[in-house]
Design a binder for this molecule. Sequence first.
Ligand code: PGA
Length: 263
Amino acid sequence: MVGVNRQPLIAGNWKMNLDHLQAVAFVQKLDWSLKDAKHDAGTVEVAVFPPFTDLRTVQILLDQDKIEFALGAQDLSTHDSGAYTGEISGAFLKKLNASYVIIGHSERRDYHAETDEVVAAKVQAALKHGLVPVICVGETLEQREQSGPTAVSVGQLEVALEGVAAGAEIVVAYEPVWAIGTGQVASPEQAQEVCAALRAVVADKLGQDAADRTRILYGGSVKSGNIASFMREPDVDGALVGGASLLVDEFAAIIRYQKHVGV
Ligand code: PGA
C-alpha cells in the first residue's frame, strides 16, 4: 500500500537496449496495450528511461501521440557544458523535456567506478537543471552478509543527499545488486525493511515532509508476477524495472498491478 500522498511510479530502465526505431515501436505498442486494457493513466505514473540516442525521438512521439509517460535519462554529467567528450549535460536533457535522470545505478558504480561523491555531484547537477534524480542505492550479497541489510544503502543515500535542499524533489530506488538481472528477487519484507530505513534517512536529512512525499522504489528482477507483493508494502512506492521493462505485455502488466494486487 503506497502512502496516501505518494503517486506510485513504475519506471522502465531500458539500459543499453532498443535503438531509436525500436523505441518508437515499443512505446506505441505499450501505449496501445494500456489503452486496450482501459488502464487509467492517473493511477500510476509511468516513466521510461531510453538510451540517450533515443530521447529526442521518444520525446516527439510522446508529445505527438499525447502519451502520458514521463521521460528520463540513464545518467548525466556533473558539468553544465564544456570540454567533456562523451558527456551529456543535464541542461540538454531538460531541453528534451526529460523529467527524471537515473543516478548511481550499480552498473555505473561498478563499471564506471562512480563513487558516492560522484553520485552526490550528479544529484546536484540534476537538481540544478530541474531534473528529478532517481538515486539508486543497494548492497552486494557480500556486503549484506558483512554489514546487514540496510547499512550500505543508508550510507550511500546519506552521501547522495549532502547539500540537497529540503524542498527538492527526489526519487530513491533500492536495488540490491544481487537481485539485478539475476532473477533472484528480494522478498517484499526485505524490500520493505531497506525502503523504511531509506525513508528514515530522507527524514533525517531533508525533514519529515520530504520523507512523507518522497517516492522510494524497489528494483531487481521485478516482474508482473511479483510487483503486487512489493506494492503492498507501506514504504515501497513503485519499481525500477530493467529486463521486464523491455517486454510490452509484461511491462504493461506491471503497470496494471492494481488489477492483480490480490494475485
Ligand atoms: P532488472 O534490473 O529488473 O533486470 O533486475 C533492474 C535495474 O537494474 O534497474
